[in-house]
Design a protein. Structure first.
Length: 189
């Protein structure tokens, strides 16, 4: 008897966007494309939503003019990935991305309740492989901020060479806005 898994199909961004345009998914479906696979996003728990707002407000203050802080919106990272991180910081104004999703964020933030392992593995690898300079995970349950910097490697070996775990009393300074710092406790609900 064979115990092989059934074959799966990988999707491209173009195919995924066509499915969205044709309303194959319901408006309340929370789906994102990562490495050609469709994943259901974490449910919007109240503390998750609060944390996303706190992080976005802090980053808007840190980055200021010339930057856009996006919440829950797609990034066009590669041909098979269109993640929708909780927060992403990109250069320019929202109008700069009217025709295509941003592909080069300077900072991506995931707020994690129940998908910490996914955010620490698949998402970290995805962002490192695509050269995102800085990736933060706000671990709401652990009450820490995980900061990943210096992406390197390719394919499945892509990762970040610098990892820091910051507690509530620490300060976080984005690489692209190094003159500002946010108290980690201000990012937590």
């Amino acid at each position: 008897m064979s115990h092989e898994s059934p074959p799966t199909r990988r999707w491209t961004r173009i195919e995924y966007e066509r499915m969205v345009e044709r309303e194959i998914f319901r408006p309340d479906d929370r789906i994102e494309l990562v490495d050609g696979h469709l994943f259901v996003k974490e449910p919007p728990h109240p503390s998750h939503a609060t944390t996303v707002q706190l992080v976005a407000e802090a980053l808007r203050g840190a980055f200021g003019a010339g930057w856009t802080v996006r919440t829950g919106l797609p990034l066009g990272l590669d041909d098979v990935s269109e993640p929708e991180p909780d927060v992403a910081v990109v250069r320019g104004s929202p109008r700069d991305y009217a025709a295509d999703h941003p592909s080069q964020p300077v900072l991506v933030v995931e707020v994690s309740h129940s998908r910490l392992r996914f955010d620490r593995t698949r998402k970290r690898q995805l962002y490192a492989r695509n050269g995102v300079p800085e990736y933060w995970i706000v671990d709401v349950n652990g009450r820490v901020l995980q900061v990943f910097r210096e992406p390197g490697g390719a394919g499945r070996s892509a990762t970040y060479r610098s990892v820091a775990i910051l507690g509530p009393d620490a300060f976080a300074t984005p690489l692209a806005a190094s003159s500002t710092a946010s108290h980690v406790s201000d990012l937590l609900p």
